[in-house]
Ligand binder design. Structure first.
Ligand code: NAD
Ligand code: GLY
Length: 374
């Protein structure tokens, strides 16, 4: 990372997550650590553990470590293997082993440099270590910048379900450096776009239209288009989290496409489709269901499905039948007494959470599943 801002760099944008004493900023732009000093007081004279993985660290850790070492009392690096399969107790334990092995105290700070897997695990380690220590999110995937690093959901998977063990623990700061996204594979960028499209669909139709207009630029990682999308998505997520931090009600709308999406991921086996790909196809199913219930017009559904396809995401979910879908969807965290609940669209830009009758659900699954079609 060069320390001199390049010509492509805009001012660093700030989005605030307003949660009283747990409020924090999200800094969005290029070369953030070099151009903004708001992270320094959080690490000054403290023990800092940079947690990353074996893919991200060789690409991006060196300048981050250098910057941290200029201000912290002690900096250690904890490197995890890559992949969703490592989001488990065994690998979480490696973080605790390193912290205890270096005698980290309760004033220590964990820094998560990586995608959603590293972020969720580091956040959960921070929530548990000595009953809770500070952590900073430094998300390096589009999905993590627009979604997983914001809002304080942390955790690991259990063989019986994804993200089933975890805690709400807000970061002290999120540093979303869009420059880190330059090395992200195109398939991962498309996966992140699913969450970007989701934010427009549930909360802001003008933003959805702007994302559609920017899709080509976003797919080729144009820094300004990325900054616009990260900022607006974070604003939308921050507003929802500010209203309902612990998902008692409204926060569930952030799960648009996820009830079907989690069923697709679980049914195919985690890692077969990326999370964002499953959410893409899941949003197609949720939009179809919304139209069948008279909540969404055919043209609105068409616009959304076209955006998902143009983002490079699957628009058809695998066909393994109603019962199998019902089985996986009943385990969704939004389900009540085993009855799945769905986030549906009442027009583009407005989401509602509801149960639906089995007949409509069967029709949607019959119409939107089949051989994969992107
Ligand atoms: P990921 O963390 O597995 O990252 C995707 C891949 O990209 C990995 O191979 C990673 O090593 C690599 N990578 C990361 N940054 C890179 C870079 N800059 N250049 C090159 N490669 C890079 O996946 P993800 O999509 O970021 O996150 C998915 C995870 O996030 C899931 O576990 C999901 O459950 C979780 N999630 C959490 C929340 C939340 O609110 N906490 C929300 C959505 C998703
Ligand atoms: N990604 C859903 C949430 O943070 O609530």
């Amino acid at each position: 990372m060069s320390l001199r801002p390049g010509p492509q760099l805009r001012a660093i944008a700030t989005v605030q997550v307003a949660l009283a004493e747990r409020s924090y900023d999200i800094l969005v732009g290029g070369e953030v650590l070099a151009r903004d000093d708001r992270w320094i007081p959080l690490v000054q004279a403290r023990q800092v553990a940079l947690v990353s993985n074996l893919t991200v660290a060789p690409l991006h850790a060196a300048p981050v470590l250098k910057a941290l070492r200029e201000h912290a009392a002690q900096v250690i690096e904890v490197l995890l293997p890559d992949g969703e399969a490592c989001k488990d107790w065994q690998h979480l334990q490696r973080i605790f082993d390193a912290l205890l092995g270096h005698r980290f105290d309760r004033r220590c700070v964990l820094v998560a440099l990586g995608g959603g897997v590293v972020g969720d695990m580091t956040g959960f380690a921070a929530a548990c270590y000595q009953r809770g220590v500070d952590f900073i999110q430094m998300p390096t995937t589009l999905l993590a910048q627009v979604d997983s690093s914001v809002g304080g959901k942390t955790g690991i998977n259990h063989p019986a379900g994804k993200n089933m063990i975890g805690a709400f623990h807000q970061p002290r700061l999120v540093v979303a450096d869009t420059g880190w996204l330059a090395t992200l594979p195109a398939r991962e960028r498309s996966a992140g776009l699913a969450e970007v499209i989701k934010h427009g669909a549930i909360a802001d139709v003008t933003y959805l239209q702007a994302v559609v207009d920017d899709l080509a630029a976003l797919r080729r990682a144009d820094p300004l288009a990325l900054q616009r999308a990260v900022v607006r998505s974070c604003e939308i997520k921050a507003a929802v989290v500010g209203e309902d931090e612990r998902e008692n009600d409204r926060r569930a709308i952030l799960n648009f496409g996820h009830t079907f999406g989690h069923a697709i991921e679980a049914g195919l086996g985690y890692g077969t489709w990326l999370h964002g790909e499953a959410v893409g196809a899941g949003m197609v199913l949720a939009a179809d269901l919304s139209e069948r219930l008279g909540l969404l017009s055919a043209s609105e559904r068409g616009l959304l499905v076209a955006a998902i396809a143009e983002a490079g995401l699957p628009v058809r979910a695998p066909d393994w039948g109603f019962e199998a879908y019902l089985h996986w969807m009943s385990a969704d965290k939004k389900a009540r007494a085993g009855i799945p609940r769905f986030v549906l669209l009442e027009g583009l830009g407005k989401a509602v959470v509801c149960t639906v009758d089995a007949h409509r659900l069967r029709q949607t699954l019959a119409s939107c599943t089949g051989p994969p079609a992107v």
